[in-house]
Design a protein around this ligand. Sequence first.
Ligand code: SF4
Length: 276
Amino acid sequence: MMTIADSIQNAEKPASNGGFESSVYGPVHSWRLGWSLGIDLLLNTSTCSFNCVYCQLGDIQLKTATRAIYVSTDKLERDLRLSDWEKADIITLSGNGEPTLALNLGEVIRFIKDYTGKPVMVLTNATLLNDPAVQQDLRLADQVACKLDAATDSVLQRMNRPVEGISLEGIISGIEAFRQVYKGKLSLQCMFMPTNTEDVDALTSLIARIAPDEVQLNTPKRPYPMEWVVDSRGNHSEPLVKSQQLRTISETEADHIEQLIKEKAPSLPLISIYRK
Ligand code: SF4
């Protein structure tokens, strides 16, 4: 298994295709964001504190909750200058894993905003939100979207499969603490599969309690890849490698979830993959 030290050492080595991979990709079109330029601060291997059963990166290779520098800020700056950033509506930190694991996250957000003047969004699984340094970094972003798929530890374990030491209580208290200090737009992104539909009532109550600025309902439309390739981070209509179709929820089930949220939080803006 690759260690953090190996990963950091590999940060600027040529990728398996023989070329130096860029830490900037796209812009790619997203149903939620329009044209989004992707920033990948993990890059050389999939790296995350979760290993979600539906992850578009497949089985996460480096499972860790430890922050480190995986891609140097110098490299990111070079890659951004060479990219098509002018065409993007928004610049999104997501890529090959969990962006808050990057220790240079704040420095990178500052550079992107100064250089491009474009809005910056971070997609996070919220596992590190209790860390004041992570909160500080994320406060620089215009939008933060937090993943929330589970309302019980048992669903968290089955669906998100976190590294040891991460609990649902810690995730929720982190999101609530961040909500108190964050001035930008806070969204919750909720993935629904047959695995967590049993949790729907508790999860919708939790969403209403957190009262984000927006909630996004999703179900895995992309198949689960059987191996990792760096380009898995993008938005592809066709699978890049051998993949496995995942079980999704039906439109009727999505309607039911929407109804529950509307009953509990009538004024909460809601986006559903079925209404895109
Ligand atoms: S949090 Fe995101 S990157 Fe991490 S395993 Fe889940 S879907 Fe993949």
